[in-house]
Design a protein around this ligand. Structure first.
Ligand SMILES: *[C@@H]1O[C@H](CO)[C@@H](O)[C@H](O)[C@H]1NC(C)=O
Length: 207
């Protein structure tokens, strides 16, 4: 009995060591993809909560609430959002830097979730930023301008590696997943490249 366990342990250790090097980047890519999907899901939940706080603060400030008390809370929420969103880059960048291996269709099940999560975060940032620009007075906008610019500037750096990851992973396959991934990549590129620019321009014009 003991000997069998030992032999099994030795066998599995031996095969782990003997695993061909060529499989390792692939396994690592799957691991990073899975970690990145978890990170995006967690970040999305946190950011949605913070965006709701921001919305409430904007409504209070717009309704004539005490901005001396409310503006620092707004700034704090915006900084926290920027910090959260930036966590996504850290989880995805290793796979992009090391080179994205082409994956098989059944390995791509996380990819639409990952893309949808990032897309939803980007859309949430866009609509909340627009709400701030339209909902508070010039003095408050001036005060929160740096934090707002920081938040808006996080979208492109997360969209780029996510897009590289998605396009690299589907390079070898065709089928419904690829169509879905390509559609989501298009949406994400639109948000990062176009939809955000009107509000980014508005914010940059705040004096
Ligand atoms: C507004 O908030 C500040 C900081 O909390 C406080 O010192 C001040 O008394 C408040 N002003 C009014 C009018 O409530």
């Amino acid at each position: 009995m003991r000997f069998t366990n030992f032999a099994l342990a030795a066998f599995s250790m031996g095969s782990a060591l003997a695993a061909p090097a060529v499989h390792q980047p692939h396994a690592r890519a799957l691991e990073i993809l899975s970690t990145a999907t978890t990170t995006v899901t967690t970040v999305k939940t946190t950011v949605e909560g913070e965006l709701q706080s921001v919305s409430k603060l904007v409504v209070s400030i717009g309704a004539g609430g005490n901005s001396t008390a409310l503006v620092p809370q707004l700034e704090k929420s915006l900084l926290s959002i920027a910090g959260e969103v930036t966590k996504i880059v850290g989880s995805v960048l290793p796979i992009v830097t090391e080179g994205v291996p082409a994956l098989a269709e059944d390995e791509l099940k996380n990819l639409p979730d990952l893309l949808n999560g990032v897309l939803s975060i980007a859309n949430g940032l866009q609509s909340t930023a627009t709400q701030i620009v339209n909902g508070v007075g010039a003095d408050v906008l001036k005060a929160v301008k740096p934090e707002l610019q920081l938040v808006l500037s996080t979208v492109e750096p997360i969209a780029k590696p996510i897009v590289s990851l998605a396009l690299g992973a589907v390079v070898d396959i065709t089928g419904p997943v690829v169509t879905e991934v390509n559609g989501l990549v298009g949406d994400l590129e639109k948000v990062a490249g176009g939809i955000l620019s009107p509000v980014t321009d508005l914010v940059s014009k705040i004096l």
